[in-house]
Write a protein that binds this ligand. Structure first.
Ligand SMILES: [Zn+2]
Length: 417
């Protein structure tokens, strides 16, 4: 039985030597070829492109430990006694599980010798055709592979073929890190998209603006929240900022160019890793003053229709144009305010998820308090953007902003940042 995988060999006698991950074939079988098929003659052979003879490891009474905690992620480690090597394996989880099961059965002598099972280890290294395909570019429907997309893909580009959805063959690519589906007709993103370990995703020039809010539920998945660093949603006719984007805590580059957006939520401050934000060619009237708190390398707010509304032009900065909302608060709003003002520590076990979400996404007053939607005071201001590179059109002299205060006291005392 063979496993096509990536292996790094860690020599425990040389802990200072950092192992290098190599494309490998790991073969499990009996040796020598004429040997009796029992556990005493069971071997692992590790082949690489440079080691075509392979390194042979006897298995009976030679296993220190087999680490299987992260099999679901396609990772496992064989720790051997002699030589003192740790084979750190990485491949697709389904193949790995099958390999480990066969390995266990063979070692326990549970494989029936009469049935075809493990071969003798007269095998050689990686046959050329078995080298996994890592990257694929599809620029016309005829480029689609007849046998389906290889599970080993880490990069997939499907560009300009009027594709309307992400089909299940894409959503099952468990190793996919870079997905480019720009210039298609995608309106809907399935929730399962959030299960892929994507680092970079380009969905520019699609039709996501036609979808409803639920289409952003893929962002709720833990895997994508902890992996996605670069997201391009340019040219998607977006009219509302997809507020769930602020949950992508690893996001460093966000491109929302050429949409129809008018507001950025105050909660954008949660994107603590964000370094580059492109908001060009939208219809923003103002930006929230949280931009005074976020440190960006580049902010692009250029565009002929940006900050052109009467609001931005006619209202002088710091004018006391406060909008005071005095509706009766709900019970959860009152409870939320107590949690905030008393600075009570909370976690997923203490509060409903919706309350935690709200606590995280409320605007922040200059005094440092979060503002629940009761007694919020808005005011026009000028945003002092903190960025090393600000790209704006020539007609802009300053960027109008919205400040939010938790109380009338704060508004009168104007906590400017
Ligand atoms: Zn305040």
């Amino acid at each position: 039985m063979k496993l096509i995988c990536e292996i790094s060999v860690h020599n425990r006698m040389a802990p200072h030597v950092k192992p290098r991950s190599q494309q490998s074939t790991l073969a499990l079988g009996y040796h020598p070829p004429s040997a009796k098929k029992d556990a005493d003659n069971l071997f692992l052979i590790h082949f690489t492109a440079t080691n075509k003879v392979g390194t042979r490891y006897k298995l009976k009474r030679n296993i220190e430990k087999v680490f299987t905690k992260f099999v679901q992620d396609g990772k496992s480690t064989f720790s051997l006694k002699q030589p003192p090597h740790d084979l750190q394996i990485r491949c697709d989880p389904i193949s790995l599980k099958a390999f480990l099961q066969t390995f266990k059965n063979a070692l326990e002598g549970k494989l029936d010798p009469a049935k075809p099972g493990l071969s003798t280890l007269a095998v050689t290294g990686v046959p050329k055709k078995a080298v996994p395909v890592k990257s694929m570019t599809i620029l016309s429907p005829s480029d689609y592979p007849l046998k389906g997309l290889p599970k080993t893909l880490t990069t997939l580009i499907i560009n300009g073929i009027r594709k309307c959805s992400l089909d299940s063959s894409i959503l099952s690519l468990n190793n996919l890190q870079i997905l480019n589906m720009s210039n298609n007709h995608i309106e809907h993103l399935p929730k399962k998209l959030g299960d892929l370990p994507l680092v970079q995703m380009d969905l520019s020039n699609n039709r996501l603006g036609k979808s409803v809010f639920s289409d952003w539920d893929w962002i709720d998945k833990q895997r994508i929240k902890s992996s996605l660093q670069n997201l391009n949603l340019s040219g998607n006719e977006l009219r509302v900022f997809p507020y769930k984007l602020v949950k992508l805590r690893k996001l460093m580059v966000l491109t929302l160019k050429n949409n129809c957006l008018q507001h950025v939520p105050f909660s954008i401050r949660r994107l603590k890793s964000l370094r580059t934000l492109n908001l060009a060619d939208n219809q923003f009237k103002s930006l929230p003053d949280v931009f005074s708190r976020i440190s960006l390398d580049t902010l692009d707010v250029s565009g002929e229709e940006m900050f052109l509304s009467p609001f931005a032009i006619s209202i002088a900065p710091h004018d006391p144009m406060a909008v005071i909302c005095r509706q009766p608060p709900t019970l959860w709003q009152l409870a939320t305010k107590i949690v905030m003002t008393k600075k009570i520590k909370y976690g997923p076990c203490d509060l409903p998820a919706t309350v935690i979400d709200s606590l995280e996404e409320f605007p922040l007053c200059g005094c440092g308090l979060l503002c629940p939607p009761i007694n919020i005071h808005f005011q026009a201001c000028i945003v002092n953007v903190r960025t090393t590179s600000l790209v704006q059109s020539h007609h802009m002299t300053s960027i109008p902003g919205d400040s939010v205060y938790c109380s009338d006291y704060c508004r009168r005392h104007k906590y400017f940042i």
